[in-house]
Design a protein around this ligand. Structure first.
Ligand SMILES: *Cc1c(COP(=O)(O)O)cnc(C)c1O
Length: 366
């Protein structure tokens, strides 16, 4: 990149994506069609070890439709983290079910399995771990826990394209899993989401729900949405899919450099057997939110380096939920996390600037 401002995230779109969109425009087939079908097959091959994939118009739609397709509705409870993007709990609430907020563990910021188990009731329909920042949740153990209690397992893999645990990719454990294709995610289609499932009934429900409940035109079988992906978006996604593994390798190399050189902040911890795809490179800053926010603003003002806090307000305390909960690790994380640039457009000079700035500010007692 240049010597100017280093942004926290930077979507990479180039001539290949533009040519692919232009080809769709020239074809005149703009809405969901052959491009979308090809994108689904290719996504399945590259990122899901062949598990079925259904494309939709956003990650949030993917979670919402996935939950509906899995039979979640009014009266049900789904256990979710509070420390995540609001779409996780929103999608549960939109089905009429109740999101039940569980705490996280502080090494990887993913759901704490012991706390989740303590929250299981007769009404619990499923558990929805988030593979936050691109680090896999403890998903092997969550699959076993869900099976033990005969409840569902739903993966929010919005940030985790290509992540895995014990040699198996995320998105292949849950009754369904959702990958977001928003521009700041590890790959994009402009807007979009991909839902994976190994369950033929869930897959069929998803395909119906995204298209007004129709398989055959005008023979609507259930009440559905228009949540279709367009061929234009799929064309972008197909190009990105050919690049995402290379970008992920670059993210990992950038993270390794930051790990080796940052002092004064807590660097990310990777679980044994985990494949971390570094959607975010998230450090912990001592001294609470004031110190963390001061570091972020000094990075921006004094060093022209962007950063981000994901997420400053836990979901249970958002005005949209306002629940009294005791989630101590969630509160600590919300106060202390800071995500530094790790995206694949960074060059060596950028990485060195980030290290020098963070180290200078943290040893100076910033
Ligand atoms: C981005 C994101 C979503 C929502 O995806 P959209 O494509 O923006 O609708 C859901 N959950 C998490 C954890 C996310 O990061």
């Amino acid at each position: 990149m240049s010597k100017g401002f280093i942004p926290a995230a930077k979507p990479i779109v180039g001539d290949d994506e533009r040519a692919a969109v232009d080809a769709v425009l020239l074809s005149g087939m703009l809405a969901q069609g052959a491009e979308v079908a090809s994108f689904e097959t290719e996504f399945s091959d590259v990122l899901l070890d062949g598990r079925a994939a259904v494309a939709v118009n956003s990650g949030t739609s993917g979670l919402h439709l996935g939950l509906l397709a899995a039979g979640v509705g009014p009266g049900d409870e789904v256990i979710v983290p509070s420390f995540t993007f609001a779409a996780t709990a929103n999608s549960v609430a939109l089905t009429g079910a109740t999101p039940v907020f569980a705490d996280i563990e502080l090494d990887h910021y993913c759901l704490d399995i012991a706390h989740v188990e303590s929250l299981i009731t007769d009404r619990t329909k499923g558990i929805m771990p988030v593979h936050l920042y691109g680090h896999p949740a403890n998903i092997v153990a969550f699959r076993a826990l869900a099976d033990k209690h005969s409840i569902g397992l739903f993966e929010d893999a919005a940030q985790a394209h290509g992540a895995g645990l014990d040699g198996r990719k995320v998105g292949t454990f849950g009754d369904f899993a959702m990958f977001s294709l928003y521009p700041t995610k590890n790959m994009t289609s402009g807007e979009g989401g991909m839902v994976s499932t190994g369950d033929a009934t869930v897959e069929r429900n998803l395909r119906l729900l995204r298209n007004q409940g129709m398989e055959r035109q005008y023979e609507n079988e259930l009440v559905g949405f228009n949540a279709r992906m367009t061929n234009l978006h799929a064309a972008i996604g197909r190009v990105q899919l050919t690049k995402v593994m290379g970008w992920t390798a670059q993210r990992k190399a950038n993270a390794a450099f930051l790990d080796a050189n940052l002092t004064g902040v807590g660097t990310p911890v990777v679980a044994a057997g985990a494949e971390h795809v570094y959607h975010q490179y998230t450090v912990r800053v001592d001294g609470g939110a004031a110190a963390r926010d001061k570091l972020a603003s000094a990075l921006k003002e004094d060093y022209q380096i962007g950063s981000g806090v994901y997420y400053p307000i836990p979901n249970h305390r958002l005005p949209s939920f306002m629940r009294e909960e005791d989630l101590p690790n969630t509160e600590i994380a919300a106060q202390e996390v800071l995500s530094l640039p790790v995206h694949p457009s960074l060059d060596q000079e950028d990485l060195e600037r980030i290290v020098e700035a963070v180290n200078a500010l943290t040893t100076a007692g910033a």
